[in-house]
Design a protein. Sequence first.
Length: 199
Amino acid sequence: MSRLDETLAMDRRRFLRTALTGGALLVAGGSLVIPRLFAADNKPVGKPGNVLLEIFADNGRDLGLRQVPKLVLTDAQWRQRLSPAAFDVMRRNGTEMAFSGPHEKLGIGLFRCSGCATALYDAATEFDSGTGWPSFWQPIAARNVIQNRDSSFGMDRTAISCAGCDSHLGHVFDDGPQPTGLRYCMNSVALRFVARADG
């Protein structure tokens, strides 16, 4: 074996050893498969820092603006914090099946982010859109949600995420009722309903 062949063989072994210890798998035919969950599981996802949010008590009282630390976690920490369905929606931009969620007209209260508890919607703004997803005509505070362009699946939409943790919540459309004409179509697994407390 020539010196060049030895070097190439060593490099291949080093590459495979590194890949395999990093979670890669060798399958039939010598193909290398590297599952993406291993690559990012232990690295924080997002940029740490503070975010200015409008804070609401569980009784719906507006407590004003506050600078709070943005929740930035690793994928492994998000997996511990969220159900598998919520992780798929909130951290992988998934969509739950229509009519699968429990958040249609639950009463008087507010909806918080399942990931970080940021107040997102007042139940008084919820309406039956007939779509099978909780729908609202406005957020509880515009600054508590973030709008981003979403051109996935060949569509041009506006995605909504939580300003407190950058988790995907759903989309907003312009076919809602007055007074805004908007429909914030949310995934129920991304929301946690809090019944109105006294006081």
